[in-house]
Design a protein around this ligand. Structure first.
Ligand SMILES: C[S@@+](CC[C@H](N)C(=O)[O-])C[C@H]1O[C@@H](n2cnc3c(N)ncnc32)[C@H](O)[C@@H]1O
Length: 251
Protein backbone atom coordinates (compact mmCIF):
# COMPACT_ATOMS: atom_id res chain seq x y z
CA UNK A 1 0.00 0.00 0.00
CA UNK A 2 2.80 2.38 1.01
CA UNK A 3 4.66 1.55 -2.20
CA UNK A 4 1.54 2.19 -4.29
CA UNK A 5 1.05 5.57 -2.62
CA UNK A 6 4.69 6.54 -3.23
CA UNK A 7 4.29 5.55 -6.87
CA UNK A 8 1.11 7.62 -7.15
CA UNK A 9 2.82 10.65 -5.57
CA UNK A 10 5.70 10.30 -8.01
CA UNK A 11 3.34 10.04 -10.97
CA UNK A 12 1.50 13.18 -9.84
CA UNK A 13 4.78 15.04 -9.43
CA UNK A 14 5.78 14.06 -12.96
CA UNK A 15 2.39 15.13 -14.31
CA UNK A 16 2.77 18.52 -12.62
CA UNK A 17 6.29 18.97 -13.95
CA UNK A 18 5.12 17.93 -17.42
CA UNK A 19 2.31 20.48 -17.25
CA UNK A 20 4.75 23.16 -16.11
CA UNK A 21 7.14 22.29 -18.92
CA UNK A 22 4.27 22.65 -21.39
CA UNK A 23 3.28 26.08 -20.03
CA UNK A 24 6.89 27.25 -20.23
CA UNK A 25 7.50 25.85 -23.69
CA UNK A 26 7.66 27.95 -26.88
CA UNK A 27 5.28 25.35 -28.36
CA UNK A 28 2.43 26.51 -26.06
CA UNK A 29 -0.61 27.24 -28.26
CA UNK A 30 -2.77 29.14 -25.77
CA UNK A 31 -2.81 30.30 -22.17
CA UNK A 32 -5.23 28.08 -20.22
CA UNK A 33 -8.33 29.79 -18.77
CA UNK A 34 -7.57 28.14 -15.42
CA UNK A 35 -4.57 30.46 -14.99
CA UNK A 36 -6.49 33.69 -15.55
CA UNK A 37 -6.42 36.06 -12.58
CA UNK A 38 -4.47 33.55 -10.47
CA UNK A 39 -2.27 34.82 -7.66
CA UNK A 40 0.65 36.83 -9.06
CA UNK A 41 3.34 35.11 -6.97
CA UNK A 42 2.03 31.71 -8.00
CA UNK A 43 2.03 32.77 -11.67
CA UNK A 44 5.65 33.95 -11.41
CA UNK A 45 6.60 30.45 -10.25
CA UNK A 46 4.44 28.63 -12.77
CA UNK A 47 6.03 30.50 -15.68
CA UNK A 48 9.47 30.53 -14.04
CA UNK A 49 10.30 34.21 -14.49
CA UNK A 50 13.34 35.56 -12.65
CA UNK A 51 10.95 37.92 -10.81
CA UNK A 52 9.82 34.95 -8.66
CA UNK A 53 10.51 34.71 -4.89
CA UNK A 54 13.45 32.33 -5.20
CA UNK A 55 15.25 34.68 -7.63
CA UNK A 56 15.09 38.52 -7.62
CA UNK A 57 11.72 38.46 -5.82
CA UNK A 58 10.59 41.63 -7.63
CA UNK A 59 7.21 39.88 -7.67
CA UNK A 60 6.71 40.97 -4.07
CA UNK A 61 7.02 44.56 -5.27
CA UNK A 62 4.69 43.94 -8.21
CA UNK A 63 2.15 42.23 -5.98
CA UNK A 64 1.99 45.34 -3.82
CA UNK A 65 1.84 47.88 -6.63
CA UNK A 66 -0.08 46.05 -9.35
CA UNK A 67 -2.73 44.09 -7.44
CA UNK A 68 -4.84 47.26 -6.96
CA UNK A 69 -4.65 47.78 -10.76
CA UNK A 70 -5.73 44.26 -11.73
CA UNK A 71 -9.09 45.37 -13.13
CA UNK A 72 -8.22 48.91 -14.13
CA UNK A 73 -4.95 48.47 -16.07
CA UNK A 74 -5.79 48.09 -19.75
CA UNK A 75 -2.39 48.43 -21.39
CA UNK A 76 0.92 47.09 -20.08
CA UNK A 77 4.35 47.21 -21.74
CA UNK A 78 7.38 45.22 -20.63
CA UNK A 79 10.72 45.84 -22.33
CA UNK A 80 12.71 42.58 -22.58
CA UNK A 81 10.86 39.39 -23.48
CA UNK A 82 13.53 36.63 -23.39
CA UNK A 83 11.49 33.40 -23.35
CA UNK A 84 8.18 35.17 -22.70
CA UNK A 85 7.76 34.05 -19.06
CA UNK A 86 6.76 37.39 -17.58
CA UNK A 87 4.63 38.43 -20.57
CA UNK A 88 2.63 35.21 -20.20
CA UNK A 89 2.28 35.96 -16.50
CA UNK A 90 0.95 39.49 -17.17
CA UNK A 91 -1.44 38.21 -19.82
CA UNK A 92 -2.93 35.77 -17.28
CA UNK A 93 -2.96 38.21 -14.37
CA UNK A 94 -4.42 41.21 -16.21
CA UNK A 95 -7.26 39.28 -17.72
CA UNK A 96 -8.58 41.92 -20.08
CA UNK A 97 -5.43 44.02 -20.65
CA UNK A 98 -3.44 44.29 -23.84
CA UNK A 99 0.11 43.18 -23.11
CA UNK A 100 3.00 44.56 -25.18
CA UNK A 101 6.65 43.56 -25.37
CA UNK A 102 9.74 45.06 -26.97
CA UNK A 103 12.90 43.10 -27.66
CA UNK A 104 15.90 43.19 -29.99
CA UNK A 105 15.08 39.61 -31.00
CA UNK A 106 11.94 38.24 -32.64
CA UNK A 107 9.64 36.28 -30.30
CA UNK A 108 7.02 34.66 -32.58
CA UNK A 109 5.94 32.06 -29.99
CA UNK A 110 4.95 34.87 -27.61
CA UNK A 111 3.05 36.83 -30.29
CA UNK A 112 1.00 33.72 -31.00
CA UNK A 113 -0.40 33.86 -27.42
CA UNK A 114 -2.04 37.23 -28.05
CA UNK A 115 0.87 39.28 -26.67
CA UNK A 116 1.89 42.15 -28.97
CA UNK A 117 5.62 41.92 -29.64
CA UNK A 118 7.78 44.52 -31.38
CA UNK A 119 11.36 44.45 -32.56
CA UNK A 120 13.02 47.55 -31.08
CA UNK A 121 16.20 48.62 -29.32
CA UNK A 122 15.16 50.37 -26.13
CA UNK A 123 18.12 52.76 -26.38
CA UNK A 124 17.11 53.96 -29.86
CA UNK A 125 14.54 56.79 -29.89
CA UNK A 126 13.61 56.17 -33.53
CA UNK A 127 12.75 52.56 -32.72
CA UNK A 128 10.74 53.66 -29.70
CA UNK A 129 8.86 56.27 -31.76
CA UNK A 130 8.00 53.63 -34.40
CA UNK A 131 6.76 51.36 -31.62
CA UNK A 132 4.60 54.12 -30.12
CA UNK A 133 3.17 55.09 -33.53
CA UNK A 134 2.21 51.55 -34.23
CA UNK A 135 1.02 50.46 -30.75
CA UNK A 136 -0.74 53.72 -29.83
CA UNK A 137 1.19 54.18 -26.55
CA UNK A 138 -1.04 55.18 -23.61
CA UNK A 139 0.23 52.56 -21.17
CA UNK A 140 -0.97 52.12 -17.60
CA UNK A 141 2.16 50.21 -16.61
CA UNK A 142 5.63 50.18 -18.19
CA UNK A 143 8.30 47.75 -16.97
CA UNK A 144 11.92 47.88 -18.08
CA UNK A 145 13.51 44.44 -17.87
CA UNK A 146 15.59 44.81 -21.05
CA UNK A 147 19.34 45.16 -21.47
CA UNK A 148 19.99 46.92 -18.12
CA UNK A 149 22.73 49.21 -19.52
CA UNK A 150 22.81 52.80 -18.28
CA UNK A 151 21.76 54.25 -21.66
CA UNK A 152 19.07 51.57 -22.12
CA UNK A 153 17.38 52.40 -18.84
CA UNK A 154 17.62 56.18 -19.11
CA UNK A 155 16.77 56.65 -22.81
CA UNK A 156 13.71 54.43 -22.34
CA UNK A 157 12.60 56.25 -19.20
CA UNK A 158 13.07 59.70 -20.77
CA UNK A 159 11.23 58.75 -23.93
CA UNK A 160 8.50 56.42 -22.66
CA UNK A 161 7.43 58.28 -19.51
CA UNK A 162 5.53 60.64 -21.82
CA UNK A 163 3.57 57.64 -23.09
CA UNK A 164 2.51 56.48 -19.63
CA UNK A 165 -1.05 57.39 -18.61
CA UNK A 166 -1.59 59.79 -15.71
CA UNK A 167 -1.43 57.84 -12.44
CA UNK A 168 0.53 55.09 -14.22
CA UNK A 169 3.55 53.17 -12.95
CA UNK A 170 7.00 52.92 -14.54
CA UNK A 171 9.21 50.21 -13.02
CA UNK A 172 12.90 49.69 -13.79
CA UNK A 173 14.28 46.30 -12.77
CA UNK A 174 17.91 45.41 -12.15
CA UNK A 175 19.05 48.90 -11.21
CA UNK A 176 21.83 47.05 -9.34
CA UNK A 177 23.71 47.18 -12.68
CA UNK A 178 24.53 50.75 -11.64
CA UNK A 179 26.90 49.30 -9.02
CA UNK A 180 30.13 48.03 -10.66
CA UNK A 181 31.26 46.45 -7.40
CA UNK A 182 28.45 43.95 -8.02
CA UNK A 183 27.92 44.15 -11.81
CA UNK A 184 30.64 45.23 -14.24
CA UNK A 185 30.22 46.19 -17.88
CA UNK A 186 26.85 47.92 -18.04
CA UNK A 187 28.21 51.23 -19.33
CA UNK A 188 28.93 52.82 -15.94
CA UNK A 189 31.62 55.50 -16.32
CA UNK A 190 34.65 55.51 -14.00
CA UNK A 191 33.22 58.22 -11.72
CA UNK A 192 29.73 56.64 -11.74
CA UNK A 193 28.33 60.03 -12.78
CA UNK A 194 26.10 58.46 -15.46
CA UNK A 195 24.41 55.69 -13.52
CA UNK A 196 20.68 55.13 -13.30
CA UNK A 197 20.90 54.76 -9.54
CA UNK A 198 22.56 58.19 -9.29
CA UNK A 199 19.69 59.77 -11.24
CA UNK A 200 17.31 58.63 -8.52
CA UNK A 201 19.53 59.20 -5.50
CA UNK A 202 20.11 62.78 -6.74
CA UNK A 203 16.36 63.18 -7.22
CA UNK A 204 15.95 62.41 -3.51
CA UNK A 205 18.23 65.39 -2.75
CA UNK A 206 16.69 68.13 -4.86
CA UNK A 207 13.78 66.73 -6.91
CA UNK A 208 15.56 67.41 -10.18
CA UNK A 209 16.35 64.87 -12.91
CA UNK A 210 19.83 64.97 -14.45
CA UNK A 211 20.75 62.37 -17.06
CA UNK A 212 23.36 62.50 -19.80
CA UNK A 213 21.10 60.24 -21.87
CA UNK A 214 17.94 62.39 -21.76
CA UNK A 215 16.97 65.56 -23.58
CA UNK A 216 16.25 68.73 -21.59
CA UNK A 217 12.58 68.37 -22.48
CA UNK A 218 12.49 64.79 -21.20
CA UNK A 219 14.13 65.75 -17.90
CA UNK A 220 11.73 68.66 -17.38
CA UNK A 221 8.81 66.41 -18.22
CA UNK A 222 9.91 63.89 -15.60
CA UNK A 223 10.39 66.58 -12.95
CA UNK A 224 6.91 67.90 -13.67
CA UNK A 225 5.12 64.58 -13.71
CA UNK A 226 6.79 62.38 -11.08
CA UNK A 227 4.46 61.86 -8.14
CA UNK A 228 6.87 59.64 -6.22
CA UNK A 229 9.80 57.31 -6.64
CA UNK A 230 10.50 54.23 -4.58
CA UNK A 231 13.92 52.55 -4.53
CA UNK A 232 13.58 48.87 -3.69
CA UNK A 233 16.60 46.87 -2.64
CA UNK A 234 16.67 43.29 -1.41
CA UNK A 235 19.45 41.88 0.67
CA UNK A 236 20.21 38.79 -1.38
CA UNK A 237 23.16 37.39 -3.32
CA UNK A 238 22.10 39.30 -6.47
CA UNK A 239 21.63 42.65 -4.65
CA UNK A 240 18.30 42.89 -6.47
CA UNK A 241 17.35 46.54 -6.88
CA UNK A 242 14.43 48.14 -8.70
CA UNK A 243 12.90 51.60 -8.95
CA UNK A 244 9.17 52.39 -9.09
CA UNK A 245 8.12 55.77 -10.46
CA UNK A 246 4.52 56.88 -10.27
CA UNK A 247 3.18 59.52 -12.64
CA UNK A 248 0.95 62.25 -11.24
CA UNK A 249 -2.74 62.19 -11.99
CA UNK A 250 -3.43 65.85 -12.64
CA UNK A 251 -1.29 68.93 -12.49
C1 LIG B 1 16.12 39.61 -18.49
S1 LIG B 1 15.56 39.21 -20.10
C2 LIG B 1 13.82 39.51 -19.94
C3 LIG B 1 13.12 38.56 -19.02
C4 LIG B 1 11.62 38.67 -19.00
N1 LIG B 1 11.17 40.04 -18.85
C5 LIG B 1 11.08 37.85 -17.85
O1 LIG B 1 10.97 38.37 -16.72
O2 LIG B 1 10.75 36.68 -18.07
C6 LIG B 1 16.17 40.55 -21.03
C7 LIG B 1 15.69 40.65 -22.47
O3 LIG B 1 16.03 41.97 -22.92
C8 LIG B 1 16.38 41.92 -24.26
N2 LIG B 1 17.20 43.10 -24.59
C9 LIG B 1 18.56 43.26 -24.42
N3 LIG B 1 18.95 44.46 -24.88
C10 LIG B 1 17.83 45.09 -25.32
C11 LIG B 1 17.58 46.35 -25.92
N4 LIG B 1 18.58 47.22 -26.15
N5 LIG B 1 16.31 46.67 -26.28
C12 LIG B 1 15.30 45.80 -26.06
N6 LIG B 1 15.46 44.57 -25.50
C13 LIG B 1 16.71 44.23 -25.13
C14 LIG B 1 17.12 40.60 -24.41
O4 LIG B 1 17.11 40.17 -25.77
C15 LIG B 1 16.34 39.68 -23.46
O5 LIG B 1 15.35 38.97 -24.17
Amino acid sequence: MKKALTLLTLLLAFATQAQLNELRSPALEELPDSLHKRDLIELSEIFNTDKQPSFHNFIELYNRHLTPLQDSAHRLLEIGIFNGASHKMWKCYFDSAEVYGIDIKQKPWVEKLGIHTYLADQANREHLQTFIDSSGGMFDVIIDDGGHYMDHQQVSLGFLFQHLNEGGLYIIEDVHTSIPAYYKGFGQDSTLSNTTLKVFVDYLMDESIESVYMTEAEMTYLETWIEYIEIYKRKNSMHSTAVVIRKKKKR
